[in-house]
Design a protein around this ligand. Structure first.
Ligand code: 5GP
Length: 116
């Protein structure tokens, strides 16, 4: 499948729709999920136009993963969480709904389920 430049995260990257950005560097941004599954649910995306992990080039992934780690450490501390779920989905069959590569970074606490 090809990359659609009109997906929501591409519009967020271009500043066409608002987002609560918590991190930005030359290659990635992180922003709060608009429908969080837990307090502090953050999304990390590359600036490069990848649909998902299946078409991402290795350079994009190698630049992105340290940001995912940085955000995971930061949200765990900021939200005083017991742990962090890091997850991402590829194609509709796997649950992907926005077609720009993204990692969910979700603070978790003992005994607290994610919101559906
Ligand atoms: P997916 O199911 O594709 O892995 O996750 C897409 C995520 O993007 C969902 O968690 C959804 O809440 C989030 N999302 C969808 N539209 C927007 C938006 O306009 N702004 C933000 N910040 N998050 C969005």
């Amino acid at each position: 499948m090809s990359y659609d430049t009109n997906n929501i995260f591409a519009k967020i990257l271009r500043g066409e729709i608002p987002s609560h950005r918590v991190y930005e560097d030359d290659h990635a941004i992180a922003f709060m999920d608009v429908m969080p599954q837990a307090n502090g649910h953050t999304l990390v995306i590359p600036k490069a136009p990848s649909r998902n992990i299946l078409d991402a080039d290795p350079e994009t992934l190698s630049r992105l993963m340290p940001v995912v780690q940085k955000v995971a450490v930061a949200v765990k501390a900021a939200f005083e969480a017991d742990g962090v779920t890091v997850v991402q989905f590829n194609e509709p069959a796997a649950g992907q709904t926005v077609y720009h590569l993204h990692f969910h970074v979700i603070p978790r606490n003992e005994g607290v389920a994610l919101k559906p």
